[in-house]
Design a protein around this ligand. Structure first.
Ligand SMILES: [Zn+2]
Length: 111
């Protein structure tokens, strides 16, 4: 799998990337961290709807609207398998993120 570029030092601007902040998509049902979305081009005038599936309980995250350009990264609990782009006639493109279980199991503590 392609290594995602989330480990670029946060205080350095390289290749025109800025640190526009991170948005963590969490599962709406079990709360597992599913995807680390790092906004690297906050000045880009685009909006993208993101939603990730949850490999832990089979549900998925709420939809998050991301403004600008971004990279998608893994979390300790969840890795990324694929991204499905859905074009929308209303203008906001949607990316549905397919995931699998990561290095740590979720929940990390017994309930
Ligand atoms: Zn879940």
């Amino acid at each position: 799998m392609k290594k995602l570029e989330i480990n670029v030092p946060r205080n350095r601007e390289s290749k025109g990337l800025k640190d526009g902040g991170h948005v963590i998509l969490e599962c709406s049902a079990c709360g597992a961290p599913l995807t680390d979305c790092w906004i690297t081009k906050p000045d880009f005038n685009i909006k993208t709807k993101l939603q990730a599936e949850c490999p832990h309980c089979g549900d998925h995250s709420f939809e998050e609207i991301i403004k600008g350009g971004f990279h998608l990264g893994i979390t300790d609990y969840t890795i990324l398998i694929d991204q499905v782009y859905e074009e929308s006639i209303t203008g906001n493109n949607k990316v549905f993120i397919q995931t699998a279980k990561g290095a740590k199991s979720w929940p990390d503590k017994p309930l």
